[in-house]
Design a binder for this molecule. Structure first.
Ligand SMILES: C[S@@+](CC[C@H](N)C(=O)[O-])C[C@H]1O[C@@H](n2cnc3c(N)ncnc32)[C@H](O)[C@@H]1O
Length: 234
């Protein structure tokens, strides 16, 4: 990983913001990811993120914290929390923004236990592929204290396969339709391609049941997105 996302966050933090990140996927054309959005304050967050922050309790783990906006909000509210990201640039930005417990780490290397685990801005993306979902859910469950909760958002992206006649062109022989190849470039440099998973609620719920996690649809967003709460089935 070249950590172009981290580089973009550092540039913004250091006053060197001149351009946005360019993204595309195997099913969509180029789009921009505005870097200021990754520094959004509470008032500019989507409703589902605000709801997740409202539901947070106890010791919190923010997974894939990026520039740390959710973590900073909770830290300011007095929560004890840990924020992790695989991007060195992102964690450097979190520290310079004042986050006390930010660490470069992958979720699969985390071993502490928490009351709340947050995975926000398409939190299932980190799972990468449908076939990895059970592995990630099993690990996340092992990080939960007895009454703990996982709060994550994602979207059903079936709409991206709709043609002008209202029909769908999903290839039923291909992998799950939410499993996308994701390309990112910044200042003329290309990041190594990622696999990024969007998971519809029913598929997430089915996967959760296989690892004895209850999965509740807490709130629907305004564009096929949802916030889910996962808890341990006793
Ligand atoms: C879409 S960004 C979301 C950032 C932040 N949560 C937000 O809402 O602004 C996803 C983040 O997850 C991080 N990430 C990807 N895989 C990860 C993993 N296995 N463990 C921890 N963080 C990961 C990326 O580096 C990136 O910063």
């Amino acid at each position: 990983m070249k950590d172009l996302l981290g580089q973009a966050l550092l540039d913004y933090q250091n006053g060197n913001y001149t351009e946005d990140i360019i993204t595309s996927t195997n099913i969509s054309d180029e789009d921009t990811l505005p870097i200021p959005y990754l520094f959004r304050e509470y008032k500019d967050m989507p409703l589902l993120e605000k709801k997740a922050l409202k539901l947070a309790k106890g010791h919190v783990l923010d997974v894939g914290c990026g520039a740390g906006g959710h973590s900073l909000y909770l830290q300011d509210k007095g929560f004890t929390l840990k924020s992790i990201d695989i991007s060195e640039g992102a964690i450097s930005v979190c520290k310079s923004r004042g986050l006390n417990h930010a660490k470069v780490a992958s979720i699969l290397d985390e071993t502490e236990q928490f009351d709340t685990i947050l995975l926000l801005m398409n939190g299932t993306g980190i799972f990468q592929k449908l076939s990895y979902v059970t592995k990630y859910l099993t690990h996340l469950k092992s990080l939960l204290k007895p009454d703990g909760q996982i709060l994550l958002d994602s979207s059903d992206i079936q709409y991206m396969y709709e043609d002008e006649d209202g029909g769908f062109w999903i290839d039923t022989n291909a992998n799950y339709y939410g499993e996308l190849h994701y390309y990112l470039s910044y200042k003329g440099k290309k990041e190594e391609p990622l696999t990024w998973l969007y998971l519809d609620f029913e598929t997430l719920k089915t996967a959760c049941l296989t690892v004895s996690l209850d999965c509740e649809n807490i709130q629907e967003g305004d564009h096929f997105d949802y916030l889910a709460k996962l808890t341990i089935i006793e």
